[in-house]
Design a protein around this ligand. Structure first.
Ligand SMILES: Cc1ncc(COP(=O)(O)O)c(C=O)c1O
Length: 225
């Protein structure tokens, strides 16, 4: 895809926050610019406000000029947190990968779940692309519930979780779960998952506690039909 864009003189930009450069080498795959929300795996503790962008040789002069013109400088404390986060990022990502896979397999076996959307699972759409281009997977993935479950059931499930919190910004030490529906903003394809969808961010809590929390949540989901 990057080759096709290059032929037309189009710059390619990737949001590489999910994989980070540890699991996807964006510039080696031909991307001109690569963005990363430092708020996620770089900081790892949901307390860092920073965004990062890197460029290949062709785009670096323009990126540097834009940076100088906009004068968007991060704060000293954010730089401190980013540099500290970098030192353990590879370990946290590997842990997120292992936990994400374990939970994805556990969820696949749950009777309430229609499918798990995790690119490292062979059943997941896009798995072949992930296998070709990525060297690992992080701890953010989704699941689709069976069609018989309702929004009221999901509310009953999520309102009473003990460990999984509801929050948007992932990549930290806490596990999160939110309902989502990307039908409104997905334009390249139509979004028809087959049931209500939940996004999961794996944090660093005890795995058995997390499974117990989800299992109790599924009990509450089933209680409302
Ligand atoms: C893939 C991805 N990239 C970037 C962002 C932006 O993060 P922030 O708002 O912390 O800059 C998000 C936020 O959830 C995200 O999911």
């Amino acid at each position: 895809m990057t080759q096709a864009a290059k032929k037309q003189g189009i710059a390619t930009i990737i949001d590489n926050t999910w994989a980070t450069p540890i699991f996807f080498r964006a510039h080696e795959h031909g991307c001109d610019l690569s963005l990363e929300a430092g708020t996620k795996y770089l900081g790892g503790h949901s307390d860092l406000l920073m965004g990062l962008v890197s460029a290949n040789d062709a785009w670096w002069p323009r990126l540097r000029k834009t940076y100088d013109l906009m004068a968007m400088l991060p704060g000293a404390e954010d730089c401190f947190l980013a540099l500290r986060g970098l030192r353990t990022m590879h370990l946290r990502l590997k842990e997120a990968e292992q936990r994400g896979l374990e939970m994805a397999h556990w969820l696949q076996a749950r009777p309430e779940v229609l499918k798990v959307l995790h690119p490292a699972l062979p059943e997941c759409p896009g798995h072949e692309i992930w296998k070709r281009d990525f060297t690992g997977s992080s701890g953010l993935f989704s699941l689709v519930l069976k069609p018989e479950f309702t929004k009221a059931g999901v509310a009953n499930m999520l309102d009473h979780m003990r460990i999984f919190a509801m929050g948007y910004s992932w990549g930290g030490f806490e596990s999160l779960i939110i309902p989502f529906n990307c039908a409104d903003y997905r334009t390249a394809t139509s979004w028809q998952p087959g049931g209500l969808t939940l996004r999961i961010q794996m944090g660093l809590e005890d795995m058995d506690d997390l499974k117990t929390d989800l299992a109790a949540g599924f009990d509450r989901l089933r209680a409302v039909r």
